[in-house]
Design a protein. Structure first.
Length: 227
C-alpha cells in the first residue's frame, strides 16, 4: 500500500469512527461510553499501537540484516536498535492503553506518599503520559541520524507528536472540572466537556495514524533498498 493511500485511509477510518461513536446514543452519557476507559476507542487505539509496533519490529529486522555482522552486537548506536526500542515502546503503550498503568501509578503515588488528591496531583497521570511522549522524542533525537534517512516519514512523525501533545493538553484540562468551571457557566460545562473528550480521543487516534504512516514510509524505503 502506498504511503498516501494509507494516510487517507487512516484519516477516514479514525474520523468516521469518532463521528459514529460520538453520535451513538440518545443522551450525552450514552454517547460518551465509547470514549471512556475500556470502551470502543480504547480497543481501536490499542490495535493501532500494536500495528505501529509490528511495523517497527519489521524495520528492526530489516535494518539488522543491513548492519555489517561485525557491528551488530554490543553497539547500542546500531540502526536496528532504535526500531527495536520503538517496537517495545509501542507494545508497552498498547498494554498501558488497555490496563491503565499510568492511572494505577497515579493512585499508587498518592498512597505511597500519603498525598491528598488535589487538582494538581490528580493530574500526575497526565504528566506520566507527557513523559512517555518526551521519552519518545528523546529516543528519536538520540538516533536522529537514522531517523533522518527517511525524509518522507518526517512530516508524519512531526504531525504525530503535535497531535499527541494536543491530546495530552486537552486531557490535562478536562481531568477535573475545576478549569472549565472557572471559565464557563455551569450550564455549559457538561456539553463542553463532552466535546473536548471527543476531540481528545480524535487527536490521539490521528496521532497514532500519523506514526503508523510515518513508520510505514520508513519501512517502504528500507524494503526498496533491499529489493
Amino acid at each position: 500500500m502506498s504511503v498516501r493511500l494509507l494516510f487517507v485511509c487512516m484519516l477516514l477510518f479514525n474520523g468516521i469512527l469518532v463521528a459514529a461513536a460520538s453520535a451513538d446514543g440518545v443522551t450525552q452519557q450514552e454517547r460518551l461510553q465509547h470514549f471512556q476507559e475500556g470502551g470502543l476507542i480504547t480497543w481501536v487505539s490499542a490495535l493501532q499501537l500494536l500495528a505501529i509496533a509490528a511495523v517497527s519490529a519489521r524495520l528492526s529486522r530489516l535494518r539488522y540484516r543491513m548492519q555489517p555482522a561485525a557491528t551488530r552486537w554490543f553497539n547500542w548506536r546500531a540502526a536496528f536498535v532504535v526500531w527495536a526500542a520503538i517496537a517495545l515502546g509501542f507494545c508497552f503503550l498498547a498494554v498501558d492503553e488497555l490496563t491503565e498503568i499510568h492511572e494505577s501509578l497515579d493512585q499508587s503515588l498518592h498512597e505511597l506518599f500519603g498525598i491528598s488528591e488535589t487538582g494538581l496531583t490528580d493530574r500526575l497521570d497526565d504528566l506520566l503520559v507527557m513523559l512517555y511522549a518526551a521519552s519518545g522524542l528523546g529516543l528519536l533525537y538520540v538516533y536522529r541520524r537514522e531517523i533522518g534517512r527517511y525524509r518522507t516519514a518526517l512530516p508524519f512523525l512531526i504531525s504525530g507528536f503535535s497531535l499527541l501533545f494536543g491530546s495530552i493538553l486537552i486531557d490535562t484540562l478536562t481531568n477535573r472540572p475545576d478549569v472549565l468551571s472557572a471559565v464557563l457557566p455551569p450550564s455549559q460545562i457538561a456539553t463542553f466537556s463532552f466535546n473536548l473528550a471527543v476531540l481528545e480521543e480524535l487527536l490521539k487516534l490521528l496521532s497514532e495514524g500519523c506514526f503508523l504512516v510515518g513508520f510505514w514510509a520508513a519501512l517502504r524505503t528500507v524494503s526498496h533498498k533491499l529489493s
